[in-house]
Write a protein of this length. Sequence first.
Length: 264
Amino acid sequence: MTPNSVADLTEQVLSGRFGADGAKVSVGFLTKQGVRHADRAQAYRNHVLSLRVEDAVGSCAVEPGEVLEEVVLGCIGTPVRDLLRSPLPAVRVAALDAYLQWLRPHHDHAEEVAIGRGNSLQKSLHRAESVVDLLPRSRRVLVVGVVNSLLHHLRERGIGYVACDFKGGETEWGEPIATDAVAALDGCDAVLASGMVVGNGTFQPLLDHARATGKPLVMFAQSASGILPCFLGGGVTAVSAEPYPFFWLDGGPSTLYRYRTEVR
């Protein structure tokens, strides 16, 4: 049964629907990243909490300073079911993500896509092309969580977009970035959203809108890559799942996994 929300999915896990009760987190770490691609004017900054359960690593993007070292260390050796009740959303998401990836490995359920060796911009563009390929034919896309390489490929294909991010500002091409995704929904016929929305609590209105209108909702997920496939066919159209290690950590080959549902 497709969950109605991330909270609903969490309750399904706690009730034993997915089995394997008693799993614990063995490793926790916080990745801090900054990048400015060659020939790009803008820089990115990302902090990501990651937790390991058996052979799977779950992740949740966080704001700088949101998760302290003591929190990370406190997750180690703790049962997943306890972390799913944590007061910190990032801990709940990372634990749920790791647990679901362990029980439902991407390589058993999705198309594996190789992102080739290259510099940071080359890999970013390759990843973005693979993500944009998941969009059905659209005239105007709401992009939630601005990644300029995604906008680059939308522009190349002549697809209009509204760029949206909590931080606001401008895109690489000087376009204003909206800060209210919900207000922009009605003006777009598809949504392309980062998995970060699961951690910051803005996933639900996007999911509800997609269910109510039938608009395609495509997710590109480093955060919550194991969570979002559970919503396929229940509001989510496709997922580009990219578990740790992420493409920006190394110049060598990396892997993402694509999930699709049929769209008519």
